[in-house]
Design a protein around this ligand. Structure first.
Ligand code: ATP
Ligand SMILES: Cc1cn([C@H]2C[C@H](O)[C@@H](COP(=O)(O)O)O2)c(=O)[nH]c1=O
Length: 207
């Protein structure tokens, strides 16, 4: 059996990752692929338990260092239990966030640094990287409006951070994409969901 593909969707809050992951999965299934939809933090039993620790509770529940370790631990379980077994049996794995989120949020916006995050990923997940990363790009005001309309009952510990924090995250994502053009595709996330799905499918060219 040929190896499958591992694709991550990245970007800040409200850009449309979860919406597009579902649409992309349906489009790929229609083309005959075995597709696994997964997410981070989460995607395996152990990682989903860590997700609750990370996203629920007070804003100051964890230090930035503790958060970086928890994300890396969740990812290690997700990679070992969900991603690798699926890719090895030939499936296409679509993940809503992966390592680049840790590089952008913990490494960049929280100041932990890129090298430390990559080192944790090497230890936990043997440095596994996606075959392609689709970075959804949307003006900050539009993303914030979409997220606010969705989260009428309140955001999680990360979504509730201020605009300056989210601007640092966006800048870090842009720098990551610029530094690895072979893996990243920056996809315009404006317009209708169908418009964006068509752009994402085009961005999978070559896989
Ligand atoms: N193209 C679109 N046009 C208008 N609204 C959209 C579009 N795509 C998604 N939305 C809506 O915007 C909101 C945020 O979308 P979604 O939850 O998919 O974003 P996300 O990137 O996964 O966010 P988060 O990282 O915060 O989980 C949802 O209410 C969704 O229905
Ligand atoms: C994987 C990962 C995630 N985060 C943050 C980013 C988001 O604010 C939340 C996840 O919420 P979502 O609605 O499921 O997108 O967690 C992070 O800071 N670092 C990471 O590695």
């Amino acid at each position: 059996m040929a190896r499958g593909r591992f694709i991550s969707l990245e970007g800040g809050e409200g850009v449309g990752k979860s919406t597009q992951l579902r649409a992309l999965a349906a489009a790929l299934r229609a083309r005959g692929h075995d597709v696994i939809e997964t997410r981070e933090p989460g995607g395996s039993a152990g990682a989903e338990a860590i997700r609750s620790l990370l996203l629920d509770g007070d804003a100051g529940r964890w230090t930035a260092g503790a958060e970086a370790l928890l994300f890396a631990a969740a990812r290690a379980d997700h990679v070992a239990k969900t991603i690798l077994p699926a890719v090895e049996r030939g499936a296409w794995v679509l993940s809503d966030r992966f390592l680049d989120s840790s590089l952008a949020y913990q490494g960049g916006a929280d100041g932990i640094g890129e090298a430390a995050i990559r080192q944790l990923h090497q230890v936990g997940s043997d440095g596994l990287m996606p075959d392609r990363t689709l970075l959804l790009a949307l003006p900050a005001e539009e993303a914030a409006a979409r997220a606010a309309a969705r989260d009428r009952d309140g955001a999680d510990r990360f979504g509730g951070r201020d605009a300056a924090y989210h601007a640092r995250v966006a800048a870090a994502f842009a720098a990551l994409a610029a530094g690895d053009p072979a893996r990243f595709r920056i996809v315009d996330a404006t317009g209708t969901a169908d418009d964006v799905t068509a752009r994402l499918l085009a961005a999978l060219e070559g896989l």
